[in-house]
Write a protein that binds this ligand. Structure first.
Ligand code: NAD
Ligand code: UDP
Length: 317
């Protein structure tokens, strides 16, 4: 069985590719390394069932497959502000190309969408039938509207051509292999805690996020692909353990044993004030819920950042 993972050199995609490979699948990663890193998949490169195509998904013509996970896209606010046009294109043209591949091969398809389709939500927690509160022209719109377009396109391939496609609305996910420079809250706080620099809180720190550990996310994505009878399903995947950003900073300081100070910076424009998934649908359709606690997952993630920071220091010395 051949599985394509677009964005497989990124954070979530590399864990997914590794997991599929361990279960005996043939895995093809398509990634142009826009925000991903070869280091994330270097250990897979010699594997006989693994292939890496360093390519923009928008240029894919035909890629025979049994299943396609479409994860390619910048994902962090800093990443998509750095590459706004690329973000719109990978979620539109890139999604179109991969849906055409799925149609031609009869492959199942999972589109990695996002909780950002709910924008700055007015409903808590967010369930899949909420239409969202998105600024269509603001600084986050390249991502939010790119994903919303990708979702609409995916649903039209289901309706028009009978493609067996499913949509995962992924909520904030964290774990080893996050890029230390991509500006997301978890790598920013951990790196600063470990180096003793101030942790910067944007706004008053009372905004919330609910963080899902990457192994839980990979399991959810795979179940969404593997369960029969789910064509056209849209499912939130995330951990409903909602915390304020201030609580998260305090937790990371405690787990690292750091004395780094907290400093407050102006809020980011259009920063969602609350975000938390309603995962009842994932429980019902997939029998899925996260099992890794924030403390456990954060401890693993801190261990990873300690290791990469110490190897960078050794290399730089
Ligand atoms: P990431 O940036 O680590 O990985 C994305 C990968 O896509 C990178 O390796 C990048 O090089 C690749 N890519 C980007 N444009 C490409 C293109 N045109 N052609 C080929 N490859 C391309 O991000 P991630 O956190 O692993 O996110 C993976 C997916 O999950 C994304 O689609 C993202 O929108 C979605 N998602 C992630 C989160 C999260 O918290 N991590 C939350 C919601 C949604
Ligand atoms: N944030 C912060 N300090 C940082 C990075 C992020 O206070 O160094 C806040 C950010 O304003 C947002 C939350 O943490 O409210 C999550 O930000 P992230 O970039 O991880 O992802 P988002 O959920 O906004 O896509």
């Amino acid at each position: 069985m051949r599985v394509v993972v677009s964005g497989g050199a990124g954070f979530i995609g590399s864990h997914l590719a590794e997991d599929l490979l361990a279960d005996g699948f043939e895995v093809i990663v398509v990634d142009n390394l826009l925000t991903g890193r070869r280091d994330n998949i270097v250990h897979l490169l010699g594997h006989p069932r693994f292939r890496f195509l360093e390519q923009d998904v928008a240029t894919i013509e035909l890629l025979p497959a049994d299943a396609i996970f479409h994860l390619a896209s910048p994902a962090s606010p800093v990443g998509y502000r750095r590459h706004p046009i690329e973000t719109l294109l990978v979620n539109s043209i890139g999604t179109l190309r991969l849906l055409e591949c799925a149609r031609a091969s009869g492959a199942r398809f999972v589109f990695a969408s996002t909780s950002e389709v709910y924008g700055d939500p007015l409903v808590h927690p967010q369930s899949e039938d909420y239409y969202g509160n998105v600024n269509p022209v603001g600084p986050r719109s390249c991502y939010d509207e790119g994903k919303r377009f990708g979702e609409a396109l995916t649903m039209e391939f289901v309706r028009e051509y009978g493609v067996d496609a499913r949509i995962a609305r992924i909520f904030n996910t964290y774990g080893p292999r996050m890029d230390p420079d991509d500006g997301r809250v978890v790598p920013n706080f951990i790196v600063r805690a470990l180096t003793g620099e101030p942790l910067e809180i944007y706004g008053d720190g009372m905004q919330t996020r609910a963080l899902c550990y990457v192994s839980d996310m990979v399991r959810g994505l795979r179940l969404l692909m593997e369960r029969d009878g789910l064509a056209g399903s849209i499912v939130n995947l995330g951990n409903p353990d909602e915390r304020t950003i201030l609580e998260l900073a305090q937790l990371i300081l405690r787990l690292t044993g750091s004395k780094a100070p907290l400093i407050y910076r102006p809020p980011r424009p259009d920063d969602p004030t609350r975000r938390c998934p309603d995962i009842r649908r994932a429980r019902e359709l997939l029998g899925w819920e996260p099992v890794v606690s924030l403390e456990e997952g954060m401890t693993e993630t801190i261990r990873y950042f300690r290791r990469i920071l110490s190897s960078t220091t050794v290399r730089d010395a």
